[in-house]
Design a binder for this molecule. Structure first.
Ligand code: ADP
Length: 591
């Protein structure tokens, strides 16, 4: 079962945190903070005080009952004892009680509970906060696996003697912040709870960052903290932030696609990628532009269910694929969202297990959440007729998300797009510095035959993933879906008596959205705005995300024609070097 429960963002907590008044910070002040004594000593004193005065008062009251003395008549010693009892109760409650009480106050409501699937998307209800508390027994701070093991200091060491970080550039942190950092380092305050406790996401990130540096002994200098809206990622995009990574955004274009001009933002650190794509755009533009057709639009999710026998699994398959049942199942499924429309259910039986690949259109959202909710609705419904159905996982990998799988390559996932252009002979020569024959031959031997030799799965292209990843990062898509979104077959043919080049890219699994996920973040939203596909399309829901998918395919076309030309030209140079002996001889003679 690959249903992974992860640390989900707590929407309820985050909302309340972000609106919490500043005095909420007082929660971090424990009674012990006011005392100059070490924590264990203070705790010891108050525990002893509490039990001794309680014992004393109980004895006194027993004596009074025996001697029929009214209980409210108090001696000086009893008044002092009562005072001490009250003080110790206040201290002990302050120290041990607040977190307990807070866990009730900030406990999320049922619709804030989500199960995180293997692809990181959320669905369904589970008490996530409780899950974290029960399951996350790791020491606070960064994932140990992410640290250089040679440098990791055991947690119990950290709590006793944090590594001094004198060389790190200090942030402007208040004394109170310093105290909180100490608590995070010692483990008394869990790092993940900073946002909800402080009600200030930026301050939480700053404190976590300082604590992290102290715990690991490694500097984060160079990773900026300032200049980012940490509220915008809370509960949606990233947990436990300590800063952000800067990725430059370049632009390629104009890309002339379906009669419109687009300037394509690409976030990358690979030199030449933007320049090369830009050159491809130039070649396409000079040849009259590219044309795209989106021929399928359906996000998928495939749960795995198990029965006591293969016969029962097959019975459910027959039920699900029966056209007479489709309308009912679609009605149940489509309740997940006004944008979700069930298109079909593809089934695969494996022994007693059934995999049902639900496919649905999702408007302008990439759609994983939407489809998962719809699937959950149907599974609940199917339980009525198939009570012996055991739902093993809402994701059974027949979906298939973020893994190379033939099902996506053959059936498609998300948007399936074909994009073509005719590059004129003179453009091939002048802009791409090669010729049609060389390009066609290279495509056949590299992208088709070479990939076949390599046993490629959807990788019949030169570098589609380069362009897909750069656009995905720039526009707030899920970069992990690059795995299947980059499936692409690039075809090249000579046309018009071999003078011009027909090039096409066919991409069956482009998974993009213009609402939800990272698309709402400021920088990513700006990139979508540049393309004219920002947010939800009110008039024609889904047309923004479909346009984005076409832009991705058009940009891949530009990238393919440019890189292939560079390689073909390189081959040409090599051929010249190899076969033009006279120049080689000439060089030898000259030297
Ligand atoms: P995903 O399914 O891609 O993870 P979400 O379900 O998180 O995305 O985000 C989609 C949300 O945006 C839904 O709540 C949906 O109701 C809302 N929404 C608003 N307008 C649109 C639209 N045009 N297309 C799709 N979803 C939209």
């Amino acid at each position: 079962m690959d249903l992974n429960l992860r640390h989900p963002p707590n929407t309820k907590t985050s909302t309340s945190a972000s609106t919490a008044p500043p005095h909420e910070d007082v929660k971090f002040k424990r009674a012990s903070d006011a005392l100059p004594l070490p924590l264990y000593l203070t705790n010891g004193i108050f525990f002893t005080l509490f039990f001794s005065v309680a014992y004393f008062l109980l004895h006194r009251w027993r004596d009074k009952i025996r001697t029929s003395t009214p209980l409210h008549v108090l001696s000086l010693s009893e008044i002092s004892a009562l005072f001490c009892l009250l003080a110790s109760v206040i201290y002990l409650l302050g120290f041990f009680g607040i977190d307990f009480v807070q866990s009730f106050i900030s406990r999320p409501t049922s619709h804030d509970h989500h199960v995180w699937l293997d692809d990181g998307h959320q669905t369904n209800s589970i008490d996530d906060e409780q899950y974290i508390l029960e399951e996350d027994s790791r020491p606070p701070g960064p994932c140990p696996a992410s640290l250089d093991s040679s440098q990791v200091v055991p947690h119990h060491h950290l709590s006793v003697a944090p590594i001094p970080i004198s060389s790190f550039k200090p942030l402007s942190l208040s004394e109170e912040d310093e105290e909180i950092i100490k608590s995070v380092v010692s483990g008394t305050i869990p790092s993940y709870s900073l946002e909800s406790k402080l009600g200030d996401c930026k301050r939480a990130a700053a404190i976590r960052r300082e604590a992290l540096q102290k715990m690991t002994g490694k500097s984060l200098e160079g990773m900026p903290l300032e200049g980012f809206d940490y509220e915008s990622i809370l509960g949606q995009c990233c947990e436990m932030p300590v800063g952000y990574v800067q990725i430059p955004v370049g632009v390629a274009g104009p890309l002339l696609l379906d009669g419109k001009e687009y300037t394509v933002p690409m976030a990358t650190t690979e030199g030449c990628l933007v320049a090369s794509t830009n050159r491809g755009c130039k070649a396409i533009y000079a040849s009259g532009g590219a044309t795209s057709v989106l021929f399928k639009d359906g996000m998928t999710r495939a749960p795995v269910v198990r029965f006591g026998s293969a016969k029962r699994a097959a019975e459910l398959k027959f039920f699900v694929v029966d056209p007479l049942n489709f309308d009912t199942l679609a009605t149940v499924f489509n309740r997940s969202s006004r944008f979700a429309k069930l298109q079909g259910i593809q089934c695969a039986v494996a022994g007693k297990n059934l995999y049902m690949r639900f496919s649905c259109s999702t408007g302008d959202a990439m759609g994983m959440n939407m489809v998962s909710k719809g699937v959950q609705n149907v599974l609940d419904f199917l339980h009525n007729d198939f009570p012996d159905m055991d739902v093993i996982g809402i994701s059974g990998n027949f979906c298939s998300d973020k893994k190379p799988a033939a099902v996506n390559w053959i059936e498609g996932r998300g948007k399936s797009v074909v994009c073509e252009a005719i590059i004129k002979e003179e453009v091939v020569k002048k802009v791409l510095k090669t010729n049609v024959g060389a390009l066609v031959e290279l495509n056949m031997l590299k992208n088709l035959t070479g990939s076949a030799v390599a046993g490629a799965l959807g990788g019949f292209n030169a570098h589609a993933s380069n362009i897909v990843s750069a656009i995905y990062i720039a526009t707030g898509q899920d970069p992990a879906q690059n795995v299947e979104s980059s499936h692409c077959i690039t075809m090249m043919e000579p046309i018009n008596d071999g003078k011009d080049l027909h090039i096409s890219v066919t991409m069956p699994s482009i998974e993009v959205g213009t609402v939800g996920g990272g698309t709402q973040l400021a920088s990513q939203s700006a990139c979508l705005n540049l393309l004219g596909v920002k947010g939800a399309n009110k008039d024609k829901p889904g047309s923004n995300s479909r346009a984005l998918a076409s832009i991705v395919a058009g940009s891949v076309l530009a990238g393919e024609v440019s890189l292939m030309s560079a390689i073909a030209a390189g081959q040409l140079v090599k051929s010249h070097m190899k076969y033009n002996r006279s120049s080689k001889d000439f060089t030898n003679i000259a030297s």
